[in-house]
Design a binder for this molecule. Structure first.
Ligand code: SF4
Ligand code: SF4
Length: 329
């Protein structure tokens, strides 16, 4: 069995709550099937604080193995780390740094642990930092050059919250030594979910193709032009791997806020607002030339079926597709 310790830092606990929604199987069964022993988790373990500290001491001293160290939440560095301590007033960030040195794998669970998240905002005043990134810049509390004993840098399971499948699949791959460095992207996110875009598999794709756009939440059209959907830039498989057995932000009627990106919580990000330059959304796929978008938009808008133009601004399917007419050849 591989041992796993999960510590909560400066976060809301949402990634843990999301983990508990894992289905088929549930998270504890999935961990057991992956050969992982959950030594400690703040919401799932009965072990007292004193016993936890003794366990962590034994791991640091090499008397007990630590295979996977998961951190949820940003490491808070303001006030010499004193706003976040673990046992005897020691800054949590110091304990995490020592444990990271002995762990085989280190995992940042969620955008806060990966990139600093909400706690890293300029006006937060708590000095939130990611394990190995400050925003999109390598560094963080462990330093840009950190490599865990198992040979990988910090694995950043970015998201806010993380999909339980992203977490459980990553842990299973790590336990099986089946996640090579090439399985991480440039932000150290597992590529099995980060090589996808949220746009892939979005149920609103037909509206996107014809630039039939929604003007208000609750309408069925594409949300990129007026309601700030970042699905064409967001690296995640949300519409291919549904949440809670079948949903996603888009299926729930909300725009994608690109919560797997390092700066998703930055003050300049305005959810539900489409940033534009010269009237053009700046949240197009990064590998799509803007001139092509202009040309294709004009062409597709001129060809938009009346059905799509109407349904895009309706909260229900008012007009169904018409069956083909005429003789078949
Ligand atoms: S831009 Fe957003 S709403 Fe439109 S199809 Fe893509 S993911 Fe869906
Ligand atoms: S659809 Fe976008 S905002 Fe929603 S969970 Fe996925 S990446 Fe985050």
């Amino acid at each position: 069995m591989k041992t796993l310790v999960w510590l909560g830092a400066g976060g809301c606990g949402g990634c843990s709550m999301s983990l508990l929604t894992a289905e088929s199987p549930d998270c504890l069964t999935a961990l057991a099937q992956a050969g992982i022993e959950l030594v400690w988790h703040p919401s799932l373990s009965a072990l007292s604080g004193t016993e936890l500290l003794a366990t962590l001491d034994a791991m640091e001293a090499g008397r007990q193995p630590l295979d996977i160290l998961c951190i949820e939440g940003a490491l808070l560095t303001a006030f010499a780390g004193q706003c976040q301590t673990l046992g005897g007033g020691e800054p949590l960030v110091a304990r995490v740094a020592r444990l990271a040195r002995v762990a085989q794998c280190v995992v940042a669970v969620g955008g806060c642990a990966a990139f600093g998240g909400v706690g890293a905002a300029d006006d937060a005043g708590i000095g939130g930092r990611g394990l190995q990134f400050d925003g999109d810049q390598p560094g963080g509390v462990l330093g840009a050059g950190f490599i865990a004993r198992g040979g990988l840098p910090v694995v950043n399971i970015a998201g806010c919250p993380t999909h339980p499948g992203w977490v459980l699949d990553t842990l299973a791959l790590l336990a099986a030594h089946a996640l090579p460095a090439s399985g991480l992207d440039s932000l150290q996110r597992p590529r099995f979910y980060a090589d996808r875009l949220v746009h892939h598999g979005c149920p609103r794709n037909e509206f996107y193709e014809f630039k039939a756009t929604a003007h208000a939440l609750g309408q069925q059209g594409c949300l990129i032009e007026h309601l700030g959907c970042r699905g064409t830039q967001a690296h995640a498989d949300c519409n291919i791997r549904p949440w809670h057995g079948g949903s996603s932000c888009l299926k729930g009627g909300f725009s994608c806020i690109d919560c797997t990106a390092p700066d998703f919580a930055a003050p300049h990000r305005q959810p539900l607002t489409t940033p534009k330059l010269a009237g053009l959304p700046t949240i197009l796929p990064s590998d799509m030339p803007k001139a092509w978008f202009v040309a294709l938009s004009a062409l597709s808008k001129s060809a938009t079926p009346a059905r799509l133009r109407h349904n895009a601004q309706s909260d229900r399917l008012d007009i169904a597709p018409t069956p083909p007419t005429g003789k078949r050849r």
